[in-house]
Design a protein around this ligand. Structure first.
Ligand code: SF4
Ligand code: SF4
Length: 344
């Protein structure tokens, strides 16, 4: 597919035309931070963001998602996908979406997720500002992001736009694009390589080395106790993570007591109740009662268990968990480096 270029002055009209024709979600400022939100005008879009509070998976897998509505006579599907352009997704978040795509597609395809996913066109964008806790340039480098329909890179004088799918090609019809010159393409490659160099926090090990050593450290209770010592089981590290996909399903009843809604809610394996079950006879059992075992479970999932399905770690290096953890203990660079050094 031909690589295109859009002049800086043509960019706002392009985004505004898109907004006029479909729902467009992109990064916008929220006080000192950034969030993915529906754009009202091109002026809201902040492609210079470093990282958003929540990952863009929330577009397909919202924190609370009504699944079915019911009353005494019927049960109705409440899933209603909206055609959407998701604009300005950093490559590490495209990788997160690739992982949730795979996990929600395997075995029984989850159309509660896939319905909105298929109605969405994703435009990735090069990282302009690197978040302080990010380490995406050094983790899972064997896996390339693939789930986007186009890739946008800001360079001097405009934007290089690389359509990757027919949906990406179709988007270009909304703007005054022309074919990019070899110099513009080279400038985009340089801009993205320089951003990766600025992402200097690193895990200098291969995914296979990390997986093997993290798994082997499972029984080192003293180390996990020390790593998890200050954890107060808030679940924030799960909530902000682009690759966490656990959910709970609950029914809420209306006042008439005959109708209601079945919804799913994000769940978090670091919280106390996550692995708690009520046995036949009413007895309760919690399979990961201690915060140390929940903390360890998270790292086993991220660094070892899911590798077999995903081909690499279930961590994109976004750094959100490190920034969200009040106790400042959730950072995968800290935890994995400790394990690698202790087992060297
Ligand atoms: S590691 Fe940090 S963010 Fe995660 S549950 Fe524990 S205290 Fe909360
Ligand atoms: S584990 Fe932390 S750094 Fe890795 S993807 Fe999840 S939130 Fe991002």
């Amino acid at each position: 597919m031909r690589t295109l270029f859009l002049g800086a002055r043509e960019f706002a009209p392009f985004v505004d035309l898109l907004i006029g024709s479909t729902r467009v979600i992109g990064p916008v400022a929220k006080r000192q931070k950034f969030v993915f939100a529906e754009l009202e005008s091109s002026g809201d879009l902040r492609l210079d963001y470093d990282v958003t509070i929540l990952p863009p998976k929330k577009v397909f897998f919202p924190p609370v998602q009504p699944l079915v509505c019911f009353d005494a006579a019927s049960v109705r599907d409440c899933i209603d996908p909206v055609p959407t352009v998701l604009l300005g997704v950093h490559p590490y978040d495209v990788k997160g979406i690739d992982m949730t795509d795979l996990l929600f597609r395997e075995r029984h395809a989850d159309w509660n997720y896939l319905g909105q996913r298929e109605a969405t066109t994703i435009v990735a964008s090069g990282v302009q500002s690197v978040a302080p806790r990010a380490f995406w340039a050094s983790i899972g480098t064997e896996i390339a992001p693939v789930g986007h329909d186009a890739f946008l890179t800001a360079i001097d004088g405009g934007y290089v736009f690389e359509p990757r799918t027919p949906k990406g090609v179709a988007l270009a019809r909304h703007g005054a694009f022309r074919e990019a010159t070899p110099e513009e393409i080279a400038a985009a490659e340089r801009a993205n390589a320089e951003a990766a160099e600025r992402c200097s926090r690193a895990l200098p090990y291969t995914s296979a080395e990390i997986a093997e050593r993290v798994r082997a450290a499972f029984r080192d209770e003293a180390m996990w106790d020390a790593l998890a010592l200050d954890c107060f089981s808030c679940g924030s590290c799960n909530t902000v993570c682009p690759t966490c996909y656990c959910f709970d399903v609950r029914d809420t009843w209306n006042l008439d007591q005959t109708s209601g809604t079945r919804s799913r809610y994000w769940d978090a394996c670091l919280t106390r109740e996550f692995a708690s079950v009520t046995m036949a006879g009413g007895e309760k059992e919690n399979f990961r009662e201690h915060h140390q075992s929940r903390f360890r479970h998270r790292f086993m999932r991220k660094a070892a268990y899911l590798n077999e399905k995903l081909g690499g770690p279930a961590c994109t290096g976004c750094g959100r968990c490190a920034a969200a953890c009040t106790a400042d203990i959730a950072d995968p660079v800290r935890v994995i480096t400790t394990i690698m050094e202790a087992t060297a």
